[in-house]
Design a protein around this ligand. Structure first.
Ligand code: OSB
Ligand code: MG
Length: 368
C-alpha cells in the first residue's frame, strides 16, 4: 500500500466540563487529526499531543511540524506490504511518538478499510465488548466529586479513577471509600509526587485501591521501583512507558504491576502490541488509557482494547462525557453494564463526519 497524500487538520472542541489534573486545567481542546489517502481509501488518525508540553513533551505544534517535515518525507512514495511496516520505517525519528502514532494508526485504518474488515480483527482482537472505567478530574469540592462518581456509577461504568495531587489526595479518597465501600477505585497522580513522599502515599493503602497510577516523575522508572517495594498497592505506569524497552525495564526492575497503554504515547499499534504481548507473557495486565480524544482517537482506543491482555477496564468512555457533538457517526455509546460494543464496520468502525470536522477546523494543510 502507498500513501498518496496526508491532510493535517487542527480542530477545536470545547469540553462539556473542564478537566483538571495535577498538571493543569483544560476547558477547550486543540486536536490534530490526520487523514491519509491510500489507494483510493481514506484512513483516519488522531494525535494525542496536548495544547502544552505538560503531560508529555509533545504539543500540537511539534506533532504538526514533525509530521509535515520528517514523517511525511519518509513515507512519501514508499510501498508498504502492510501498515505494520510503517512504524519501523519511521524509526530514524527519535521520540515524537504522538506524531508517529497518529499517522501510523491512520494507515492501519486505511488498510482495514481496503480489506473491508474491522480494524480490531486486523489487529487480532478477541473481545466483542470492552469494559469501561472513567477518569474523573480534580473537582472544586469533595461534594462535587461524590456527585460525579454517583452519576458515573449510575451510568454503569465499572471502575472509578480520580485524579489526585498533593493537598488533594487522602481526603477525597477517604470520603469516596466511606460513601462507596465496594467500588473498584484507583487514583492517578500524573507525576505529582517525589520518592520522599512515600510515607504519605503509603496512607492511601488504607483505602484498598486497585492501583496508583504514575505517582512519580514522568521519565523516572527507577524511583517507581523503589516506591513499589514500599507499597502493597500495585503501581500502574502511564507517562514513563514510551516503548517496549521501557516496559521491559519497568517490569524487570519491579517498577509497576500494571501498565496503561496509550497508542500515542508509544507511537502506534506496532509498539502498543509489543508492549501488550510482553505484559501478557509476564502475566501483567494492561488497560487502555485515554487522552480526552475526539471520536476518531476514541474509536482507535476501542479497537486496541480488543486485544486479549486488555483485561482491566480502560479510560475509554462515551462521546457525550466530553463532547456535545462528536466528529464521528454514530457517537460512542456505553451500555448500562459499562461496556462498549465493538463495531463491526470496516476500519475503526465509525464514520468521520467530514462536514462537522471541516466546520471546526482552525487550520489545514495537505501534504503531497
Ligand atoms: O493520565 O490518563 C491520564 C487525560 C489527559 C492527560 C492524561 C490523562 C488523562 C486522563 C483522561 O486520565 C482519560 C480520558 O480520556 O477519559
Ligand atoms: Mg494517567
Amino acid at each position: 500500500m502507498k500513501v498518496q497524500q496526508i491532510t493535517l487538520r487542527e480542530i477545536r472542541m470545547p469540553l462539556v466540563t473542564p478537566f483538571e489534573t495535577s498538571f493543569g486545567r483544560l476547558t477547550d481542546r486543540r486536536i490534530l487529526i490526520v487523514q491519509v489517502e491510500s489507494d483510493g481509501v481514506s484512513g483516519w488518525g488522531e494525535s494525542v499531543a496536548g495544547e502544552g508540553p505538560f503531560y508529555a513533551p509533545e504539543t500540537v505544534e511539534t506533532a504538526w511540524h514533525i509530521t509535515r517535515d520528517f514523517l511525511w518525507p519518509m513515507l512519501k512514495g514508499r510501498d508498504f506490504v502492510t501498515a505494520a511496516d510503517v512504524w519501523p520505517s519511521l524509526a530514524p525519528v527519535r521520540g515524537h511518538n504522538m506524531a508517529k502514532g497518529a499517522v501510523e494508526s491512520a494507515i492501519w485504518d486505511a488498510e482495514a478499510r481496503q480489506k473491508n474488515i474491522p480494524l480490531w480483527k486486523l489487529l487480532g482482537g478477541v473481545y466483542k465488548e470492552i469494559s469501561c472505567g472513567v477518569s474523573i478530574g480534580i473537582k472544586p469540592s469533595v461534594e462535587e466529586l461524590i456527585a460525579t462518581v454517583e452519576r458515573e456509577l449510575a451510568a454503569g461504568y465499572q471502575r472509578i479513577k480520580i485524579k489526585i495531587k498533593p493537598g488533594n489526595d487522602i481526603a477525597p479518597v477517604e470520603r469516596l471509600r466511606q460513601q462507596f465501600p465496594q467500588i473498584r477505585l484507583m487514583v492517578d497522580a500524573n507525576s505529582a509526587y517525589r520518592l520522599q513522599d512515600w510515607p504519605h502515599l503509603k496512607r492511601l493503602e488504607a483505602y484498598y485501591l486497585m492501583m496508583i497510577e504514575q505517582p512519580l516523575g514522568w521519565d523516572d522508572i527507577f524511583s517507581h521501583a523503589e516506591l513499589q517495594r514500599k507499597l502493597d498497592t500495585p503501581i500502574c505506569l502511564d507517562e514513563c512507558i514510551h516503548s517496549e524497552e521501557h516496559a521491559r525495564a519497568a517490569l524487570d526492575l519491579g517498577a509497576c504491576r500494571i501498565i496503561n497503554i496509550k497508542l500515542g504515547r508509544v507511537g502506534g499499534y506496532v509498539p502498543a502490541k509489543q508492549i501488550h504481548d510482553l505484559c501478557k507473557s509476564r502475566q501483567i495486565p494492561v488497560w487502555c488509557g485515554g487522552m480526552l480524544e475526539s471520536g476518531i482517537g476514541r474509536a482507535h482506543n476501542i479497537a486496541l482494547s480488543t486485544l486479549e491482555n486488555f483485561s482491566l477496564p480502560g479510560d475509554v468512555t462515551a462521546s457525550r462525557r466530553y463532547w456535545t457533538e462528536d466528529v464521528i457517526t454514530p457517537e460512542v455509546l456505553v451500555t448500562k453494564n459499562g461496556t462498549i460494543r465493538v463495531p463491526d464496520g470496516p476500519g475503526i468502525g465509525y464514520e468521520p463526519r467530514i462536514e462537522r470536522i471541516e466546520a471546526i477546523t482552525a487550520r489545514k494543510e495537505v501534504l503531497r
